[in-house]
Design a protein. Structure first.
Lengths: 916, 233
């Protein structure tokens, strides 16, 4: 039994507890950040996937702007790879007494089902189940009153407007808590949703089709799954576009038949009328003739007076009747003319019948929440590829120095043990046990916090905007194993390597003290004109710096890493904060785009335009053509939505948005030869001025657009062009269909209020608020702020431990030197500065190189972190640098304080008496 | 008037049954300009005494009056100032800073002392004129001890305290170091206190104090000190 050897090993922990703690903490930090960031993305996706699976979320959806006929339904059923298909309807309304828009969806049985959290699903067309989010606002049994945009209790498409609440449900269609989608009801954004039975809708023709595929495998968000769905969707898209065009022709055809029938009727009537008129004319002639005859007879006196009088009366009556008939005919003619006119407008309308859309979209496109949740998870993945590397690199480095230093300290001990006859393995045991314990303990601690705490914190931040509950944090065996292996490598390899080198020497030599590292001239001494002007202390410091080159480098790298992390942490926050100001103060000046239906009657359209112009609180307004198109750059998994904006007057438009070059801030001008695209589109599509991009319209039509300019924009994609280029690009004139408004009062409440006023109009389609994106940015910001706090805290801790460990080693290694100058009469502060001056210089060097590394890291992360629809400012504020620098300096000073305490307690005589 | 007056000084570690008296009621006087040798076996308490004289340790009881000031009452800060301005130390292990040249090691001390001597001159005085720019690792043991002495002298201290200055040196080298110390004392009329276990060097001193079991065993003045060259041991 080598009991004493084990006792010696165990005592090592007690004697060097600070060192043990710092290694453990360092490794723990590295593992914490690595595991935490690596698993959060997958955890989020797994949680989402579970939610989608329980709700049997549709793989794809077809949305139509008109009812889908039985024939088209059959057609859709036979699209390739369909596993299940379900047809449904939706209708938007306003909850009575509020501005809130509600979307009613028909109950589903197989796909995108609703999970009941309380109560039950509706069974008849008087019942409704509301969003689970409304559980605290409404009670089961309560009645829900709905109104249309004008506040009237009649809603097109719905049989009833009053429903009894029978339950509360969750849905995979609505993953976000706020802003569930654009609508024509209420403020323009859907506030909540409800589920009603199918018979609650008046039309039997569905407008929404939910599809699951039989050839998709893998979990949601996996490439395997997303790519296969996209392939299916792309295949179906062309077929559906054709079908939609046919449907339009069919609709036109039906309408024309009906029209022609009416026309025919009208024609018959016209003919009849004409006949009547002829009859009337002949009748009048006859009457005139009779009158003449009567007058002749009167003159001749051929008839008796009584006979004459009766004849006279008869004639008057006939004249009156004639007059009446005349009147009737005139009226009928008028009626006919107006009917004819009506028919004419109808005919025009039919020819201008809006395109029928059968838009098929994958989850990423039909469900903004799905996409955003995935993007959020992806953002963490991006971070997980950089931050942990830095943490681990620094931890590794310091662990390495500490363990080799430990081996150095144990030199004579190793010699003694070897001299006593212990085996090499025995002498190494202390390092094996020490290193393994520190490595395992650190990994365990880091893995535990990294598996539970960090992902939960991040998710809590994101979940603020999502309804997805039950975040799962299963331990990732892979990443835990990787962490343990790296940690053990950090602690064991340096110690074993250092001992292995020592063990090659004979024990006798090992027992002798290792001569202290001797000094030598530094390069600077060869430059007497500099060297001679340095103070004595500076000379000493420079010598010392040159003496411990490797440690010098490690201190710099350690501090560099921490400073870079701090800068990045603060920088991310400010970059994101910065875009809100720039985007909504410097670039976008409009508040609302009110979109109306260009196929509505002229009267309704005029009403809308006048209402928009006369709304109280509108500062400026202008007319535009507004359309949503998409583009899919190479390497991007989903279609990017683009707002296509065609101002009626490009001069007036300047007040509403500042289009300027991102770099030079010079204003951009509309061109007859191309469109102005936003910055992020250019980045995604690798587009330069002069390049072409292909956009797809809701009808499925694809057109090439030439890039005439690239404008600064941080959130959302937009395409700006003038009317001339629109005609060139799309082959027809732009249809003016929207009003862009700038408000005096730009608060959310007022914007909501104005939006509500617009959607009340008959012609209204929807109101798009420019700050819809603001909400999204703010949400991302809030989420990242939490993450940034964690990163900053971890980086601070790292900085602290690194400085502490390195200084601690420095002090303990030079304890004799410090004792000597203490005996010489150096005051405590002078003693501390004697050794700390160099740490300080190294810290400063680390901070400055950290500035460079931090700027680079920030730039890299800011390029990869934002979602595909947004970008952020790359510039770092000088405060990011100063804050990070000052924080690192503060850590340094705190460590200095601790060291000063330690140095002052050093037994100077003990250190001087001993050989070493 | 005595330059150093130690009155009933005791240094006691621990208490109760574990009490250890390193110095037990020590009293003696040293006049200005004396070369004093304190002799005693290992563990007799002589080093403790030297540390107390040098302001590196405080006595548990009693007074230590140096140049009319009781340093036993000094605060840690005052003790440091006292070491800085008034004391020069020489150790058995030279304790040179490996990273500084011989000259720089001396400068290290001179730059904090208010009345420091010219460093180059001191180096010449201790016989290191040609080795000034060497690092400690490049010097022999005797040379290193000379640097240590030069470092102590360069501060121009009132009192030079040497703890076994020849302990790590060979006979001849040791002798030359002692010679250096004796000359310094007699030429500058400054007090030098040498602590040693080697009783044979007693004749070189003006004043010999013998310590045993923490107490003063013998305290005698030597009217005719012998030059170090003539002492053999």
């Amino acid at each position: 039994m080598k009991k004493m050897l084990w006792r010696h090993v165990l005592r090592e922990f007690r004697f060097s507890f600070a060192r043990f703690l710092s290694i453990t903490v360092l490794l723990g930090l590295g593992v914490f950040v690595l595991i935490g960031l690596k698993v959060t993305g997958p955890d989020m996706r797994a949680t989402g996937n579970d939610y989608y699976t329980t709700h049997r979320m549709a793989d794809a959806e077809i949305v139509s702007n008109t009812g889908i006929t039985k024939a088209d339904q059959t057609y859709m059923r036979h699209l390739p790879h369909i596993k299940r298909i379900e047809f449904g309807a939706t209708q938007d309304a306003v909850i009575k007494g509020t501005n809130s828009g509600i979307r009613l969806t028909s109950k589903t049985d197989q796909i995108s089902t609703n999970q009941v959290t309380k109560g039950r699903l509706p069974r008849n067309n008087h019942e409704i189940a509301l969003s689970n989010r409304k559980k605290s606002y409404y009670k089961i049994g309560q009645s829900l009153h709905l109104v249309n945009n004008q506040g009237k209790a009649t809603i097109t498409g719905l049989k009833h407007t009053t429903y009894q609440i029978v339950g509360f449900v969750t849905s995979s269609d609505y993953l976000m808590k706020e802003n569930l989608g654009a609508t024509s009801a209420g403020t323009g954004q859907i506030a909540t949703f409800g589920v009603v039975s199918k018979p609650a809708f008046t039309s039997s023709q569905p407008t929404v089709v939910r599809i699951t595929y039989n050839n998709v495998y893998g979990k949601s968000y996996s490439n395997q799954y997303e790519n296969q769905v996209q392939v299916n969707v792309d295949t179906a898209e062309n077929r559906l576009n054709n079908r939609a065009q046919n449907r339009r022709k069919q609709l036109q055809h039906t309408a024309l038949i009906k029209l022609n029938r009416t026309q025919a009727k009208l024609t018959t009537k016209q003919n009849q009328l004409d006949q009547q008129r002829t009859q009337l004319t002949s009748a009048r002639q006859r009457l005139n003739r009779a009158n003449q005859k009567l007058a002749q007879m009167k003159m001749v006196g051929a008839v008796s007076a009584s006979q004459l009088a009766s004849q006279m009366a008869q004639l008057t009556a006939q004249r009156q009747q004639l007059h009446q008939n005349q009147m009737k005919i005139t009226k009928a003619t008028q009626k006919l003319t107006s009917a004819q006119a009506k028919l004419k407008t109808q005919r025009r309308k039919i020819s201008k019948l809006p395109d029928v859309t059968y838009q098929i979209q994958s989850r990423n496109d039909y469900n903004a929440g799905y996409n955003q949740f995935g993007e959020d998870a992806k953002r963490i993945d991006v971070l997980s590829n950089t931050f942990p590397i830095i943490f681990f690199a620094v931890a590794l480095l310091v662990g390495f120095i500490t363990m080799s230093r430990m081996a150095e300290e144990k030199r004579s001990e190793i010699g003694t043990l070897r001299a006593l006859g212990y085996t090499r393995l025995d002498t190494m045991k202390v390092f094996l046990v020490y290193g393994t314990t520190a490595g395992l303990l650190g990994s365990a601690l880091g893995a535990w916090l990294g598996t539970s705490l960090l992902p939960r914190r991040i998710f809590a931040a994101y979940a603020a905007n999502f309804v997805i509950p039950n975040f799962q944090t299963p331990p990732s065996l892979f990443w835990i194993s990787v962490s343990i292996i790296i940690s053990l490598m950090c602690t064991l390899i340096p110690a074993l390597w250092a001992t292995a080198v020592m063990l090659k020497e004979r024990p006798a030599i090992l027992m002798l003290p290792k001569p202290p590292k001797s000094g030598s001239k530094v390069l600077l001494e060869r430059l007497p004109f500099i060297w001679q002007h340095l103070s004595f202390n500076n000379k000493v410091t420079i010598r010392n710096l040159a003496r411990y080159k490797s440690r010098m480098l490690m201190t710099i790298i350690g501090v560099l890493g921490c400073t870079a992390l701090l800068i990045t942490g603060f920088g991310i926050r400010d970059s994101l904060n910065g875009i809100v100001t720039t985007q909504y103060q410097d670039i976008i000046h409009y508040d609302v785009i009110g979109v109306y239906n260009p196929t509505a009657s002229q009267e309704e359209q005029t009403d809308y335009r006048q209402a928009a112009a006369n709304l109280k609180g509108v500062k400026h307004e202008t007319s535009i053509g507004y359309e949503t198109v998409t583009f899919r750059p190479k390497g991007v998994s989903n279609n990017q939505p683009i707002s296509l904006i065609v101002p009626k007057s490009t001069t007036a438009f300047r007040q509403f948005a500042t289009l300027r070059s991102p770099a030079t801030k010079k204003p951009l001008h509309f061109s007859n030869n191309g469109a102005i695209i936003t910055q992020k589109m250019a980045v995604l599509g690798h587009l330069k001025v002069g390049d072409y991009l292909t956009v797809e319209r809701t009808t499925g039509q694809k057109d090439r657009i030439r890039v005439a300019g690239i404008t600064e924009m941080y959130a959302g994609h937009s395409l700006y062009m003038n009317e001339a280029y629109y005609r060139k690009a799309f082959g027809h004139n732009v249809q003016e269909n929207a009003k862009m408004l700038m408000l005096k009062d730009r608060t959310t409440q007022n914007i909501d209020h104005i939006s509500r006023q617009l959607t009340k109009q008959d012609a209204s389609l929807t109101a798009i608020q420019s700050d819809d994106a603001k909400t999204t940015i703010n949400h991302i910001l809030a989420g990242l702020n939490h993450l940034v706090v964690i990163i900053i805290a971890a980086a601070s801790m790292l900085a602290f431990v690194v400085l502490f460990t390195l200084t601690n080693i420095n002090v303990s290694e030079r304890i004799r030197e410090l004792s000597t100058i203490k005996v010489l009469g150096f005051y405590p502060m002078e003693v501390v500065m004697y050794v700390y001056r160099e740490t300080f210089i190294l810290t400063l060097a680390g901070i400055f190189s950290g500035f460079i590394a931090g700027a680079w890291l920030h730039n890299y992360i800011m390029q990869t972190l934002p979602p595909e629809t947004a970008m952020v400012k790359m510039t770092l504020l000088w405060t990011n640098f100063t804050t990070a620098g000052v924080m690192t300096l503060i850590f340094s000073v705190v460590v200095m304080g601790i060291m000063a305490y330690k140095i002052n307690r050093v037994d100077m005589l003990g250190a001087l008496k001993s050989v070493d | 008037m005595a330059y150093i007056d130690v009155i009933h000084e005791s240094k006691i570690y621990g208490s109760g049954p574990q009490e250890v008296r390193a110095n037990d009621d020590v009293s003696f006087e040293i006049k200005k300009g004396e070369l004093t040798v304190i002799v005693g076996a290992s563990g007799a308490g002589k080093s403790t005494l030297l540390n107390i004289l040098g302001g590196m340790d405080t006595p548990t009881k009693g007074q230590v009056i140096i140049n009319q000031k009781d340093i036993a009452q000094y605060s840690s800060r005052k003790m440091t100032t006292f070491r800085r301005t008034s004391i020069g130390f020489v150790f058995q292990f030279y304790n040179l800073i490996p990273n500084l040249t011989a000259l720089e090691n001396v400068e290290l001390a001179s730059q904090i002392a208010p009345n420091a001597l010219d460093v180059s001159q001191v180096m010449v005085d201790v016989g290191l004129k040609d080795r000034m720019n060497n690092f400690p690792a490049q010097l022999s043991g005797g040379e290193q001890q000379r640097v240590a002495i030069a470092r102590a002298i360069a501060k121009n201290p009132e009192l030079l305290l040497c703890d076994e200055p020849t302990g790590a040196l060979d006979y001849q080298t040791g002798k030359s170091i002692l010679m250096l110390l004796q000359n310094f004392s007699h030429q500058t009329k400054k007090n030098v206190v040498i602590v040693t276990h080697n009783g044979m060097i007693k004749p070189m001193a003006d004043h010999v104090i013998e310590i045993g079991d923490g107490k003063v065993k013998q305290d005698q003045l030597n009217a005719n000190p012998v030059p170090v060259e003539q002492i053999e041991w």
